[in-house]
Design a protein around this ligand. Structure first.
Ligand code: XFA
Length: 418
């Protein structure tokens, strides 16, 4: 088969891990069963550029069950799991072009390889595939029915393309689906961040002061989970509405300058730069643990810490000890990179299940409505978002009420007053 993976002998290990993830992806499983019967993607070629993980494997297997001819390349050279790539090739006949640690040149070569398959539908994570397709293969871009984008960063790039009028096919921004970011940001980041901190430090959270910088979707997730483990949680915010929300949710709210004096753990999830900086390190307690779970490793001013430190050593895996001139020690996790990826395993499979179910249903939507969309960036259709929630509820064996005819009429009429 035309493919490029590290070692096919890894396939058996990869298969086991794909099956383990599948066990916790009940929504995608239900979609896969329907796809196997209805074959909604029959005759469609799909090129996907995603992190090559066990969860992604389950997505591409689902698309193939739906009748598509699928090609997979990596969206990041460092996230590829070589055993998964091997298993997809060996056991599922899905061509994969991804090797962990591949250089930039190979990465783009792989992108070009899946573009040259002349896809009808593309799936992207970060928009590298779609932007290369537009820049280097304009005539192939014309033939694409539509695409999906997984992340915020990618959606921003694609919106810029749409605004400049250069986008050659419609995009569905899977990132914007409610069922995606509710799980991804709140439950995924919430749990995996705590998981990373625990694996790195093995400290007890109960009874500690746990400072969460930022009370967006991710901050809420981390704050609620820290509380669940018995911490006294402090939230810092710059937005008065979010700060008020945090207070009304029962958290302590104060400026970082105050929180810095109290905290045993610090997690940044703001999306902003230098949220924890020199003035904060100066007042922290001996032994404070500082970690980042925001998208970029800029939230902690590491160079300030470097300058303040008189000694520095890796005391444990993913834990750097900075000794300050007065003897206090501050512990930075994962060098300020995303602690849930560096010290844990990223999102659990059931979180990716929601995101990838939106991907699978969006692919079906594009296949079934090829000419109804303009070359713009769309939100995931409400019906798809609701269908993902419905299938998740079904997997949890939860039933809910339906509107009665009387209620539907009541809600849709304006004549009935008080
Ligand atoms: C690696 C993901 C990124 C892996 C891959 C290998 C390993 C662990 C890098 C990723 C994303 Cl940037 O997956 C995780 Cl050993 N994910 C998504 C993910 N997280 N994201 C936490 O797990 C979401 C996100 C991030 C980080 C959004 C915006 C900015 C940063 C892909 C994936 N994860 C499931 C892995 N389960 C084992 O499939």
């Amino acid at each position: 088969m035309d493919c490029h993976v590290k070692d096919l002998n890894l396939a058996e290990e990869g298969l086991k891990r794909i099956e383990w993830a599948e066990m916790d992806m009940p929504v995608l499983r239900q979609i896969r069963e329907r796809f196997a019967k209805e074959k909604p993607l029959k005759g469609k070629r799909i090129s996907a550029c995603l992190h090559v993980t066990t969860e992604t494997a389950n997505l591409v297997i689902t698309l193939k069950e739906g009748g598509a001819e699928v090609y997979l390349t990596a969206s990041n050279p460092l996230s590829t799991q070589d055993d998964v790539a091997a298993a997809l090739v060996k056991y599922f006949d899905i061509p994969v072009f991804a090797i962990r640690g591949e250089d930039r040149e190979t990465y783009y070569e792989h992108l070009r390889t899946v573009i040259e398959k002349e896809p009808d539908i593309v799936i992207d994570d970060g928009a590298d595939l779609i932007s290369t397709l537009h820049k280097e293969y304009p005539q192939l871009a014309e033939k694409v029915l539509g695409g999906m984008e997984e992340t915020t960063t990618g959606v921003i790039r694609l919106r810029a393309m749409a605004e400049q009028g250069v986008l050659k096919f419609p995009i569905i921004a899977v990132n914007d689906a409610y069922t995606k970011h509710m799980f991804d940001n709140r439950y995924g980041t919430g749990q995996s961040t705590i998981d990373g901190i625990l694996r790195a430090t093995n400290r007890l959270i109960a009874g500690s002061y746990f400072v969460v910088a930022g009370y967006g979707w991710c901050g809420k997730g981390v704050a609620w989970r820290a509380r669940g483990m018995g911490a006294i949680v402090i939230v810092t915010e710059v937005d008065p509405i979010k700060a008020l929300e945090a207070r009304m949710d029962g958290f302590l709210v104060m400026p970082m300058s105050e929180a810095a004096k109290l905290g045993d753990f610090f997690v940044t999830v703001t999306g902003n730069i230098h949220v924890i900086r020199k003035e904060h390190f100066e007042v922290m307690k001996d032994g404070a643990i500082v970690a980042n779970s925001g998208h970029f490793n800029v939230e902690i001013d590491i160079s300030a810490l470097e300058e303040m430190a008189v000694e520095k050593r890796e005391i444990r895996k993913e834990v750097t000890e900075y000794k300050l001139s007065d003897g206090r020690r501050i512990y930075l996790l994962a060098e300020g990179r995303l602690v849930n990826l560096a010290a844990a395993e990223g999102h659990p499979a059931s979180v990716m299940d929601m995101s990838f179910s939106n991907q699978a249903l969006s692919a079906e939507y594009i296949a079934k409505n090829p000419n109804s969309l303009e070359n713009k960036v769309y939100r995931v259709p409400r019906e798809i978002d609701e269908e993902v929630a419905r299938l998740k509820l079904k997997s949890l064996n939860i039933q809910i009420d339906e509107l009665t005819e009387e209620q539907k009429k009541y809600l849709s009429s304006w004549e009935i007053g008080t």
